[in-house]
Each structure stands twice: as C-alpha cells, then as structure tokens.
Ligand binder design. Structure first.
Ligand code: PGA
Length: 256
C-alpha cells in the first residue's frame, strides 16, 4: 500500500505573516494526521518561518518550489540544495509546468536538478504533464514517456524510491478544469507502466504518483480513490487553510 501524499504548492503567494496565519488555522484543523503525508511548499522567503513552526510537528514536512543544480557559487538569484537542507527542507518540486513554460526549463535541466536533489538527500517531486494541444492531438502518452525518460535519465531503482512524480495536465492547472478521475487514472497507470518498463515492476509499484490540476475539496475523494493516484499537488486550493485541511481529511478518510 502506498501512503497518500498531499502537497500544498503556494507558488508566488503567501508572505511570512500570511504563512503564519495559515499554519495557525491548518494545524488546529488537521493536527497530527498520521494516515497521509503532508508537505507544505511555501515561497523561499517563508521557508525559515514555516520550518520553525513545523519543527515539532511529526507528519507535516517542508518542501521548496525549485532549486539550482549547482553547489553554492556565482549564480545570482538562485538557491542551492545547501540552502534548503539548512532549513530542514525535505522535498523539492522540480520541472513544474510553470517553470517549463515561463523559465524555459527542459527535461535536461530538470534531470540535472533531480540528480543534485538526490545527492543532497532531498526528495524530488518531479512534475510532468501534457498541454491541451498535445492531448487533442492524441499525444498524451508520447509526451509523458518523453518527459519521464528525459527527467529521470540515469537514475537507479534506489533513486526511484526517493522520488515522487506529479502528473499535472497543463490544461488543468489553475483553470478550474480538472481531469476526470478516469482521465487521471489512465495517465497515472501509463506512467507506472512506463516506470516498470524503464526500471522494473517492483520499483514502479512503490513510486507515489500525485495528481495536480484544480484539485479542491469537492473533487478530492473521487480522484484519490483511483488505484494509481497516490496523492495530490494542490495549488490554488492550498492557499486556504480550511480548504486544504478538508482535502487532507477527505483523503485520510479513504484509508479507513
Ligand atoms: P492548481 O495548481 O491546483 O491551482 O491547479 C496545481 C499546481 O500547479 O501544482
């Protein structure tokens, strides 16, 4: 059984003060929920504060939204794995479609970041997903396979055990248009099959695959019920502590 993992991707939102207020409410609503793994992914500026607040909370881990692949050095404006480790960050989102679209991140760049994250014992949340044009053109599987091969190139089966994949169809991100549970399940099953082909069945069966794209309290249960959906990467709906707490509770209830 793969334990579900829910991550709050705050993107370029939430000041330090707002992060504090979020945690006041969220921790009260959710407390120590042992049935699911929870990851809070604030902007870099709020990492120290959120890290401090979570230091005595067992089941909620800290994530970052991006990192550079190099060790500390002359890379103005960038953050390295060393900076993240110092703040007790455990997960790092890599290859989010917004990074791919607005900052020209390619699979090759994502691959370098994944390797650097693993070397620093950070767990990468590797994002993949097709655009609407690719879906309409019948190229979903081709695109997903290419992104998996490119982003995860050179990784061992042991590395795979440290990785989370997030399937995020680009047309569903921030649009209010969620993939149906069937569409998402079919993509997730394909991703798992591809991992089994590229590595092996046992390795593929252990990898957790999150769905992302307009997840909200009202559609959580149907999505999380699918056999190959192992959690969610939540953007917009994760900014509301009560809404994200509901997503956690709906998901936890499925493990009863
Ligand atoms: P959304 O974003 O939930 O706002 O669609 C998801 C994501 O981009 O991770």
């Amino acid at each position: 059984m793969r334990k579900k993992i829910l991550a709050a991707n705050w993107k370029m939102n939430m000041t330090v003060g707002e992060s504090d207020a979020f945690l006041d409410t969220f921790l009260m609503e959710v407390g120590e929920e042992p049935r699911v793994d929870i990851v809070i992914i604030p902007p870099f500026t709020a990492l120290p504060r959120v890290s401090e607040r979570l230091s005595d909370v067992q089941n909620i881990k800290l994530g970052a939204q991006n990192m550079h692949w190099e060790k500390p050095g002359a890379y103005t404006g960038e953050i390295s794995s060393h900076h993240l480790r110092e703040l007790f960050v455990r997960y790092v989102v890599l290859g989010h479609s917004e990074r791919r679209n607005y900052f020209s991140e390619t699979d090759a760049i994502v691959n370098k970041k994944v390797a650097a994250a693993l070397e620093a014992t950070l767990k990468p949340i590797v994002c993949i997903g097709e655009t609407l044009a690719e879906r309409d053109g019948g190229r979903v599987e081709k695109v997903l396979e290419m992104q998996l091969r490119g982003s995860l190139d050179g990784l061992t089966a042991k590395d795979l055990a440290e990785i989370i994949i997030a399937y995020e169809p680009v047309w569903a991100i921030g649009t209010g248009r969620t993939a149906t549970p069937e569409q998402a399940q079919s993509a997730h099953a394909f991703i798992r099959e591809t991992l089994a082909t590229l590595w092996d069945r046992a390795t593929a069966d252990k990898v957790r695959i999150q769905y992302g794209g307009s997840v909200k309290p009202g559609n959580t249960t149907d999505l999380m019920r699918q056999p190959d959906i192992d959690g969610a990467l939540v953007g917009g709906a994760s900014l509301d502590p009560r809404g994200f707490a509901e997503i956690v509770k709906h998901t936890a209830a499925l493990s009863e």
